[in-house]
Design a protein around this ligand. Structure first.
Ligand SMILES: Cc1cc2nc3c(=O)[nH]c(=O)nc-3n(C[C@H](O)[C@H](O)[C@H](O)COP(=O)(O)OP(=O)(O)OC[C@H]3O[C@@H](n4cnc5c(N)ncnc54)[C@H](O)[C@@H]3O)c2cc1C
Length: 426
């Protein structure tokens, strides 16, 4: 080994919510941590900027919620469509009853600052590349101008995961994924404490579009909403929409009601979801966050799952003398997120069928079913049920998820077509 190689205990590649959180947890566990990102910070990230109560709990558990979040909070979700406007407040659970929304440029930067406060070394504008792997072990990797030899590496390099690809990551595109665009629009209603989702998007000729729209207020300080739209897709049934055009059209439809300014900073991106990635770990490295498709297929939420998976990876690393991520990491992901993601994927896949949404939407959202069903659906979609909840919905959900019979039944029904959850053939 030459003097040019710098050894580090934990290298975290990518400083989005997954990477910054992983670095923070690792520093709190006493590791020497190098966090790098190819972009100089602060940087923008295409996102809806929405934080559910699950995400707020992560921030509270880390004791950083007050510093990272502005005071703006949301009370829940309003679902619009098929003649209904249904309010679904965040349910009362261990996650709390508050959400928020913060532009990612601000949120991700604040998280990185917290990691630095904890002793993490941060290199912005330092791209990781040219990974050298030997028998499943990441030996060294170029980071900016330096060659780094990490004891452990947590690869949090996002949806395209260039380092993950070098390490053997594969994205199963036959499984459901999202395509989406977002923008920022000025509005006098930026303080409204509800996030809005429109399930029925129609074109000028009245045809239902295969997508959905969202409006997430960002609080009075910002004076803006994050407005976007997306659609679910598979390689067999690709969504044939131009998300940026659909966004302009959606914004025009909402302009009067929200007194919206023109959409600004319009960007679009893909969202692999529901664990549709294989090759998520090697001996001393693991993919975390979007790199491992840790996005809830039912609501597109990935910030929280990035943060949760970051904590799990650090806990695994810290709890063993010689941890080996290869077998354990996919098992941990399946145990923690498998049931919710598998059920989510199944429903999301049904939503890619052209006739499913118009029929299911008009049944599920309309009176008298809608107002009763949708708050329950929003709770399930947000994965906002915990082991502690004792109400009927929670008990049925747990029984379904935990029952070996129903688990086997789901697997049998889907076995022919469903692709692996983090590499598991089912
Ligand atoms: C349109 C859209 C709307 C969304 N809305 C929401 C929402 O409202 N709420 C929600 O919870 N989730 C939402 N998501 C999902 C959410 O944005 C992601 O799940 C989340 O950003 C995942 O965080 P991450 O840290 O894994 O990855 P990222 O946030 O993408 O961070 C990855 C980082 O890695 C860096 N990087 C990449 N390559 C390298 C390299 N070679 N070397 C060093 N660094 C590298 C990148 O610069 C980046 O900073 C949305 C996604 C999209 C596309």
């Amino acid at each position: 080994m030459t003097d040019d190689i710098q050894q580090v205990e934990v290298l975290v590649i990518g400083a989005g919510p997954a990477g910054a959180t992983a670095a923070l947890h690792a520093a709190q566990q006493g590791y020497e941590v190098l966090l790098c990102d190819s972009a100089p910070f602060p940087r923008d990230k295409t996102c809806g900027d929405g934080l559910t109560p699950r995400a707020l709990k992560q921030l509270r558990d880390l004791n950083i919620a007050e510093r990272v979040l502005p005071p703006f909070r949301t009370d829940g979700l309003v679902l619009h469509g098929f003649g209904s406007d249904i309010y679904a407040p965040w349910p009362d659970s261990i996650f709390g009853k508050e959400g928020s929304a913060v532009p990612r440029q601000q949120f991700d930067h604040a998280l990185v600052q917290e990691a630095i406060r904890c002793g993490v070394t941060f290199w912005g504008g330092a791209k990781a590349r040219q990974a050298r792997v030997d028998h499943g072990r990441l030996e060294h990797i170029q980071v900016g101008e330096k060659l780094i030899k990490p004891k452990f590496a947590l690869v949090c390099d996002g949806v395209r995961s260039p380092v993950g690809k070098e390490l053997g990551r594969e994205w199963q595109q036959q499984e459901v994924y999202g395509i989406a665009a977002r923008s920022y629009c000025t509005t006098p209603r930026a303080e409204e404490p509800w996030i809005h989702s429109h399930a029925e998007l129609r074109s000028e000729d009245g045809k239902i579009q295969p997508g959905y729209g969202w409006i997430f207020p960002l609080g009075g300080e910002q004076g803006k909403v994050n407005l976007g739209c997306g659609a679910l897709s598979t390689s067999a049934r690709p969504a044939k929409i131009n998300t940026k055009k659909l966004l302009e059209f959606y914004a025009a439809q909402q302009r009067e009601e929200w007194q919206l300014g023109a959409p600004e900073q319009v960007t679009s991106a893909l969202l692999p979801m529901g664990g549709s990635i294989s090759g998520v770990a090697g001996k001393n490295w693991a993919l975390v966050g979007d790199a491992a498709a840790l996005v809830n297929p039912l609501n597109g939420e990935g910030i929280d799952y990035g943060m949760e998976s970051a904590q799990l990876a650090v806990m695994m690393m810290a709890s063993q003398k010689n941890p080996d991520f290869r077998r354990q990491w996919p098992e941990i992901l399946r145990a923690e997120f498998g049931t919710a993601f598998l059920l989510g994927r199944t429903i999301a896949r049904a939503l890619t069928l052209p006739r499913f949404l118009p029929i299911a939407g008009s049944l599920a959202l309309k009176e008298p079913i809608g107002p009763r069903l949708m708050p329950v659906a929003a709770r399930l979609m947000g994965n906002l049920i915990s082991e502690e909840d004792q109400d009927l919905v929670a008990r049925i959900w747990r029984a379904t998820g935990h029952s070996a019979t129903s688990w086997r039944y789901i697997r049998r029904q889907l076995g022919r077509s469903i692709t692996p959850l983090w590499g598991e053939q089912i």
